[in-house]
Design a protein around this ligand. Structure first.
Ligand code: HSE
Length: 313
């Protein structure tokens, strides 16, 4: 039997929502799991990209053995029903750029879990799959919108359970995704974060996250403009991302620009706007990165309201 799942890209954090906010975007990875008939073949993981030549470094980022996050996720699911995974062929067709802060690893974890769950006769419900995916990823902000679609607030509680809440992203707020050609692994981007932060910074983010949720619910772009500020992760990551500061500065005082934030751990960025010239956003971002000899891809995308789905079985 063979199952194929299509999973959207995701952008986590949205400024102050560090590790708890994320939205799905219309770029997809496709994950196929096939039971192989030959015993002793173990688990084979193959990676193919529609966008880029997969070089050694990228391959290293998605290990293909027992250390692979895909393998870990699938093993956890099998173990939860007292079984061990074996004789599986996992093919990952990637369209989502790797190590750019667009949830490519969350998408393969989610895709592999949904496919494996189907192969097993669907023993796990969405909540159980979310828990396993969060366990593997370390935080729920990418996996929740990857599974559920849309704009999602997700929290892993102390007992390990996951709470999610879908929020309605205002249609008139454009999301421009700015993807530089260079990569930044989440591990490196997390390694620059401090163990503890000043109380004032924690309070700052709590206030801004509250404002953000209210702004989205009431479609209040003025409040959203104030809300999209963060002191828990972006200031520490700025040094890893050439051009980030300049891009944020360029849009800071522009009417029609609601805000500029890092996408996940970076290096991609999101520019959120309303009734603003989208070509101008594109040329401004491209020019800034080009002046630093960095190529980029800049695209305005609609939020993807659909989460992961089984497209073939
Ligand atoms: N919330 C995570 C981070 C997203 O910022 O590190 C990246 O996976």
């Amino acid at each position: 039997m063979k199952v194929t799942v299509k999973v959207p890209a995701t952008s986590a954090n949205l400024g102050p929502g560090f590790d708890c906010l994320g939205l799905a975007l219309p770029m997809y990875n496709t994950i196929t799991i096939e039971e192989t008939v030959l015993p002793g073949t173990g688990i084979e993981i193959n990676l193919m990209s529609e966008r880029e030549i997969i070089d050694e470094m990228m391959f290293d980022n998605i290990p293909k053995d027992e250390n692979s996050i895909v393998y870990k996720a699938v093993a956890m699911l099998y173990n939860s029903i007292g079984q061990e995974p074996s004789e599986l062929k996992i093919n990952i067709q990637t369209q989502i750029p790797i190590t750019r802060g667009l949830g490519s690893s969350a998408s393969v974890v989610v895709g592999a879990l949904l496919a494996a769950n189907k192969l097993l006769g669907s023993p796990a419900d969405t909540t159980a799959l979310l828990s396993i995916a969060t366990e593997v990823e370390g935080h729920p902000d990418n996996v929740a919108p990857a599974i559920l679609g849309g704009f999602v607030m997700a929290s892993q509680e102390d007992d390990g359970s996951i709470i999610t809440e879908n929020l309605n992203w205002p249609d008139e707020w454009d999301i421009t995704v700015c993807i530089p050609e260079f990569e930044l692994s989440t591990n490196i981007a997390r390694s620059v974060l401090p163990e503890a932060v000043p109380m004032a910074d924690a309070v700052y983010n709590a206030k801004h996250l509250g404002m953000l949720i209210h702004a989205v619910n009431t479609k209040d772009e003025k409040l959203m403009k104030s809300a999209l500020h963060d002191k828990l992760h972006q200031p520490y990551r700025e040094k890893l991302i050439p051009g980030m500061k300049e891009i944020m500065e360029a849009f800071k005082h522009e009417d029609g620009i609601i805000g500029t934030v890092l996408s996940g751990a970076g290096p991609s960025m999101l520019v959120i706007s309303k009734n603003y010239d989208l070509d101008k956003i594109k040329s401004t971002v491209k020019d800034i990165w080009e002046s630093l000899s960095i190529k980029s891809e800049v695209r305005t995308l609609k939020i993807e309201t659909k989460g992961a789905e089984i497209i073939e079985e």
